[in-house]
Design a protein around this ligand. Sequence first.
Ligand SMILES: *[C@@H]1O[C@H](CO)[C@@H](O)[C@H](O)[C@H]1NC(C)=O
Ligand SMILES: *[C@@H]1O[C@H](CO)[C@@H](O)[C@H](O)[C@H]1NC(C)=O
Length: 271
Amino acid sequence: MALPLGLFLGGCIVAIPVVTGVAEGVEHQKKQNAEAANETRMTKFNALVSCESKDELADEVENGIVVLRHGKAWVVPRDDGPKPAPAPKLDPPLHAFAGFYIQYPDEERSPPERGLVSTISDDPPMLNWLYVDRQTYEIKYGNRSASISQIVGEWDWTQDESALMLNGWEGFVVIDELDGAEEDDSTEYGREGLRWALYYDIEDNGLKGKRKGRDMFEVTLQRHLQSEEDQLKQLEEANKKMQVATRGGLKTQFTAPAREQQRKSEQANQH
Ligand SMILES: *[C@@H]1O[C@H](CO)[C@@H](O)[C@H](O)[C@H]1NC(C)=O
Ligand SMILES: *[C@@H]1O[C@H](CO)[C@@H](O)[C@H](O)[C@H]1NC(C)=O
């Protein structure tokens, strides 16, 4: 059986399937297993941004793309790729969200929650969980220990599978972290001119108490499935890396017999 790309990239997060408590019942278990086996959920997608506001400022996010940087999700302009518009001065370059759904591995969460992972770098291939910070309502990314006490699901798609949802609705907004300034030398993102950070409006009240008077717009996060070509390319790259790893393994297999021989000849010499 071919290993789905996501599982390989996932490495440490392979979380399938799925032995849950008896109390949850067989039906739920069946559903979980079907879900876990459903590779449609594991099709990788980018997140494109649309914004219905007529405000002139909203042009900065309309047609944008979600990128991951400095621990948070941001909306930046994109080219036709769909990729972030080139930002030649940024090193490392902007990394677009490229993610898929998979169950969040945490026995304390019962029933289990469907999480969302994204690559955070292509080389080496690394995945992190997307989560909502319980204090600030920012959308952030991190490993399991960074995310486990935060809101990690239930991530979903809308009924037509075209857009992202969290906990049953699309409560995504962007906030101007620079509060109208051109840039801000006191933060890394400010120096890079990153402005529009993604938040989740948990209480559906326009981020009361969190917004702090900054400009804010509601956004829709459209799932843009990566082309088969792109996915294949990544799979090939992953395979290449796997072969390198395998060769490493073979080497130890080949040195083991040599060592055995050496041990035998040493024993023979002693006699
Ligand atoms: C997998 O998910 C897709 C999209 O929701 C659905 O159409 C399909 O029936 C599912 N397949 C299985 C085996 O559950
Ligand atoms: C997880 O991320 C935190 C930072 O959020 C880091 O300090 C820690 O080393 C990471 N753990 C692993 C296992 O990579």
